[in-house]
Design a binder for this molecule. Structure first.
Ligand code: URA
Length: 248
């Protein structure tokens, strides 16, 4: 059964301002419900049944929002910070009023796929260690990444605190062994999310990650059209697939 809620609360959630601003809108006669001007901003409405308009604009009601961001380097994956710029500072008002939070963390210098949502259940499923949701990273690593590293990662490596990682898949894309400073390009898929995990896994085999970008999480792939700092809402298909990949 669907429930009703206060009109001012619904409009505030949909980005039409604070409750007092909405009260003013209602007073001005700018808000209609099913074609009738509303006088009371506390009116109970059914967001799925009633047709609500502000001026000539229909109110597009949604409870949850799901945003894919291409996180740039130099910002932190937090909701607020006194000193540092956060990923939320990159959002415009149309997205930020939903009180989204990042699903998991990327280091300040890590780039790439970051999901922002206000759907706590989906976030919980994606982050739950039990679900072992795969996350794939592209990395540039100083030195020559070898088949031995690939084998070691497939068995699990011991991190600096003694934790042994779950099996992970390493794909060696390119090794520039002839350069003054050899550099390897790789993709690594892990099914957990320990602090600095990718960097510490390479540290465990004596190597250093110099560039790190997340390219996928579950079924969700980073949209290559998003420039660093860019974001967009997930498509319905992406969301459906992601919900499935986090409940398997
Ligand atoms: N692993 C890391 O080392 N850093 C990240 O930001 C994500 C995974």
């Amino acid at each position: 059964m669907r429930s009703t809620q206060r009109l001012d609360k619904l409009l505030a959630h949909a980005g039409w301002g604070t409750r007092s601003e909405i009260k003013k809108l209602v007073k001005r006669g700018a808000v209609t419900v099913n074609g009738r001007k509303v006088k009371d901003s506390g009116l109970q409405v059914d967001p799925y049944e009633d047709h609500i308009q502000v001026g000539s604009e229909p109110v597009d009601y949604k409870e949850f929002i799901y945003i894919m961001m291409n996180k740039p380097p130099g910002v932190i994956s937090a909701t607020e910070d006194v000193r540092e710029k956060t990923v939320l500072d990159l959002l415009g008002p149309e997205a930020s009023h939903f009180r989204v939070f990042p699903v998991g963390r990327l280091d300040k210098d890590t780039e790439g796929l970051l999901l922002l949502t206000n759907d706590g259940k989906l976030a919980h499923n994606l982050l739950s260690p039990k679900k072992e949701v795969p996350k794939t990273y592209f990395a540039e690593v100083e030195g020559i990444v070898t088949d031995e590293d690939r084998f070691a990662f497939s068995k699990g490596v011991s991190l600096d605190d003694g934790y042994v990682t779950l099996p992970a898949e390493l794909v060696i894309l390119n090794v520039d062994a002839a350069a003054d400073k050899p550099l390897s390009k790789i993709e690594l898929t892990i099914r957990e999310g320990k602090f600095h995990q990718v960097k510490r896994m390479f540290q465990a085999v004596g190597k250093r990650v110099v560039y790190l970008q997340r390219i996928s999480m579950g079924s969700l792939q980073l949209d290559s059209h998003l420039s660093p700092g860019g974001y967009r809402e997930l498509t319905e298909k992406e969301l459906d697939n992601l919900k499935h990949s986090s409940t398997e």
